[in-house]
Design a protein around this ligand. Structure first.
Ligand code: ZN
Length: 387
């Protein structure tokens, strides 16, 4: 880590000289270099993974369980549904610090997951969506105090608007070791379009945001955060076409090698969900190893409402299947069945879904450690319902 810090300082020094002399061409290469720095962990982990013993990949446990958290505003009580107070945010960081958690960027976490390499025990990721100014003013200084990295997702259209960070602040955050990726240009409700329009609109939006990223930050983003956590299979395919490594949603959960890389979960941290008790519980949660069997993993609810969720349990030995529980938007008004022979979990709400977005959650207790629980969730979307 020290070597990386020195490297960063040298880059900062070079940037200062370059800025004074106004050689924009050299500044551009600085940005490219900085982006290479962001990519270092992916490359290193790839090389490292080549020397891994094969049996580690096959062991009957998850290789990684990395809880990811999503925050929006910090210390801005005018917007309670997207805010955590400075005290709550610091309590989370203090807990991670006092209990020796290893906080990494989402890129670093993905590198572990994608290369089948085991992350250190107690690894977690903190992410921030939307790029609000309150994060810069209240959140970033606390992260710096504890020396924790974070991954920020921005809407390029909003940068510099009232209440949002500007490019100067974002560049400063990158120099302080914070990683920034894409949350679209427009933060649109893409799934509201008919399929043909969606494809055009989403491609145009990505192209626009990439042009701006390249111009203002010097690189093209590689991780996408779906606006409102909403997507459909077409959007996933377009992201892959554009070279994205992964995409995150807004459904709660822990990432592991079993996760869908283009619908990675994050525990939302706001209101009652951000209490220290809930945070402690989530930070020690594991990922229920499962594969979604619903067609194309499509979260759009069509004719079947309530929709039925079918997942295959990948490591049934880990989970006490008698303990399986289901929740619909936090309520237990649902049914869950386990087909032992097919290792299949089927879950369905008891009544029709009435909101635009509804979360199905499945939890199960460990067979070996009674306090340990495993978590899996899926966010359904009904585009015809307006917010
Ligand atoms: Zn957002």
């Amino acid at each position: 880590m020290d070597v990386l810090l020195i490297y960063q300082r040298i880059l900062q020094f070079l940037k200062n000289i370059i800025c004074r002399d106004g050689f924009t061409l050299i500044l551009q290469s600085y940005n490219e270099l900085r982006h290479m720095f962001v990519l270092r962990s992916l490359l290193l982990s790839f090389l490292f993974a080549q020397f891994l013993p094969a049996q580690e990949v096959k062991s009957a446990r998850n290789i990684n369980d990395i809880p990811v958290f999503i925050y929006h505003r910090v210390g801005d009580s005018r917007f309670p549904s997207t805010n955590v107070s400075k005290e709550v945010f610091e309590n989370h960081l203090k807990y991670l610090n006092n209990n020796d958690f290893n906080v990494v960027t989402l890129s670093d976490a993905l590198a572990y997951v994608q290369q089948g390499r085991s992350a250190p025990e107690k690894t977690v990721v903190l992410t921030i969506d939307d790029g609000y100014r309150s994060f810069y003013e209240n959140g970033a200084p606390l992260l710096e105090k504890y020396g924790f990295p974070v991954t920020v997702f921005i809407n390029t259209r909003q940068v510099g608007a009232s209440g949002f960070m500007g490019w100067k602040e974002l560049n400063e955050l990158i120099d302080r070791g914070i990683e920034i990726h894409n949350h679209s240009h427009s933060h649109d409700y893409f799934v509201n379009y008919d399929l043909k329009t969606l494809k055009t609109e989403f491609r145009n939006d990505l192209e626009k945001s990439h042009r701006i990223f390249k111009e203002k930050l010097g690189y093209v983003p590689e991780i996408f955060s779906y606006p409102f956590g909403e997507f459909n299979p077409e959007m996933k395919e377009i992201l892959k076409e554009f070279g994205y490594l992964a995409a995150v949603g807004q459904h709660s959960g822990v990432i592991s090698e079993n996760s869908d890389k283009f619908n990675l979960p994050r525990f939302p941290m706001t209101g009652i969900y951000a209490s220290l008790e809930k945070f402690q519980n989530r930070v020690n949660m594991k990922s229920l190893p499962a594969e979604l069997l619903n067609k194309l993993g499509n979260p759009i609810v069509d004719t079947e409402n309530p929709p039925e969720l079918r997942i295959k349990l990948l490591k049934p030995d880990l989970i006490n299947t008698e303990s399986l529980q289901c929740f619909v938007a936090g309520s237990s008004d649902c049914r869950i069945e386990y087909d032992q022979e097919k290792e299949l979990i089927i879950m369905k709400a008891n009544s029709k879904l009435e909101n635009r977005r509804t979360l199905y959650t499945i939890t199960g207790q460990s067979t070996s450690v009674s306090w340990q629980w495993y978590w899996w969730s899926f966010l359904w979307v009904i585009p015809d319902i307006k917010e």
